[in-house]
Design a protein around this ligand. Structure first.
Ligand code: ARG
Length: 462
């Protein structure tokens, strides 16, 4: 690999050759070529900075910029351009192409710049764009939730605590719960974006640049809202990667829980949902099977993103200031986090558009299992009983009903009265499914009226 030693950006000090295995271990071009566009965009802005600082003549600046623009065009249109096994990373790749095109003038672009501030700049530019795309994907998944809710406005399911039937809720209310989670996710990503959108370029290797680069102007040209205030921090800060992966982990955790509910509700035991063939798979052995692989994979991939978060935290925790090569490990974690998030959001939206509801099963489940016991206690409270006593009384009525295999609204009035003289004929209205839902009409509750209002509200927020 004699020619590789020559192509290294740091060849001068080295007489010996790089061990080929180590060379492959050290290179990042196989994955950081994804930073191609931001790398060239940052170089275009930096070139202007060098001209303004008087480091490059305007003519040199022009020559470099038109060559960079050519490189950008070629890279955008020709995949084979990147078939270059001799590049160590994306930065050396672009510089090599530049020097190939314009010779020695190309060698001036790296004046006052280090790959340390360069890579941090590239990654921030890349991530900023991806966050903007993710914000759109999140909205699309939210829209799928709202559409699903609206198409099934009248569907009631049991709400659960401890996975035991608790109180009935509208399916639309369940959808809106996930909508809220994804809204917080969007807010978190917007918050992370602020700290991503800070320009490190000009920090050079670690101490700052000795050239009169107007960093504010470079920041403006690249759309950065701020510039880093400390060069040591600028090149060694990967908080933005960790914060992003943390926000991404929460998104995945939410999708995973949605997946878990969907998978459960699609079992014969629950029987609320049936996934269409478009998003289910069969078994190679058991002909009857229809498996919810789509949401199982989303649930599984959550673990993968959490793993990236742990990897980044652990990778950073012992690093002395400033840049260390350990930090090259950030890229694959971030790239894979973004890819996993995009794919999971899209598949989740598709699944939501491919669920059929078994309305008989949902209704039957929501009206059996004493989901209206709390209503009966509330009824007694309205009649003047203290809640603790009402709770106790209803507990005894439930035992009575279980023994007879009856739902509460089927227990004879006379029997109910034997538990409390406050109970009257009007109790049966209170125990109906409609009433149980309708009373939950305060903000945040599951009454049809309130949920309809929230659905409308949500449309304006997604
Ligand atoms: N490929 C490197 C990375 O991703 C670029 C920075 C290299 N800097 C250095 N001093 N070797 O971190």
């Amino acid at each position: 690999m004699t020619d590789q030693t020559r192509k290294n950006l740091w060849g001068g000090r080295f007489a010996g050759e790089t061990d080929p295995q180590f060379w492959r271990f050290n290179q990042s071009f196989s994955f950081d070529r994804r930073l191609f566009e931001p790398d060239v965009r940052a170089s275009l802005a930096y070139c202007d900075g060098l001209v303004a600082a008087g480091v490059l003549t305007p003519a040199e600046g022009q020559q470099i910029k038109s060559a960079l623009t050519g490189i950008l065009d070629r890279g955008r249109t020709d995949e084979s351009y990147f078939d270059d096994p001799s590049s160590e990373d994306i930065h050396s790749f672009v510089e090599a192409r530049l020097v190939e095109m314009i010779g020695d003038t190309g060698r001036k672009l790296h004046t006052g710049r280090s790959r340390n501030d360069q890579v941090a700049t590239d990654l921030r530019l890349w991530l900023r764009d991806e966050i903007d795309r993710l914000a759109i994907s999140l909205c699309e998944t939210q829209t799928a939730l709202l559409d699903f809710a609206e198409e099934n406005r009248d569907v009631v399911i049991p709400g659960y605590t401890h996975l035991q039937r608790a109180q009935p809720v509208l399916l639309a209310h369940w959808c809106l719960a996930y909508f809220e989670m994804l809204t917080r996710d969007r807010e978190r990503l917007a918050e992370v974006r602020k700290r991503v959108n800070v320009l490190p370029l000009g920090a050079a290797a670690l101490a700052g640049t000795s050239y009169r680069i107007d960093r504010e102007a470079v920041a403006r040209a690249l759309g950065f809202d701020e510039i880093s205030r400390n060069s040591l921090d600028a090149v060694s800060d990967r908080d933005f990667c960790i914060e992003f992966t943390s926000a991404a982990s929460l998104v995945m955790m939410h999708l995973s829980r949605l997946g878990e509910d969907t998978i459960l509700y699609s079992t014969a035991e629950f029987g609320f949902f049936e996934l269409s063939d478009a998003v289910a798979t069969g078994s190679s052995l058991m002909p009857q099977k229809k498996n919810p692989d789509s949401m199982e994979l989303v649930r599984g991939k959550a673990g993968r993103v959490f793993g990236h978060l742990a990897a980044l935290l652990i990778m950073m925790k012992g690093l002395p200031l400033a840049y260390n090569k350990d930090m090259q490990e950030d890229k694959e974690a971030i790239f894979d986090t973004v890819d996993t998030l995009n794919a999971s959001l899209a598949v989740t939206a598709t699944v939501l558009r491919n669920i059929r509801i078994n309305r008989e099963r949902t209704l039957e489940a929501a009206s059996h299992g004493y989901l209206n016991a709390t209503e009966l206690a509330d009824y007694l409270v309205r009649k003047g009983m203290a809640f603790r006593e009402a709770h106790e009384t209803v507990g005894r009525i439930v035992v009575h009903a279980i023994e007879r295999g009856l739902e509460l609204n089927k227990v004879a009035l006379g029997d109910l009265k034997s538990f409390s003289s406050l109970i009257d004929q009007d109790v049966f209205d209170s125990l109906s499914l409609e009433q149980t839902l309708a009373t939950k009409s305060q903000i945040g509750g599951t009454s049809p009226e309130r949920v309809a209002e929230e659905l409308n509200q949500a449309r304006t927020r997604s």
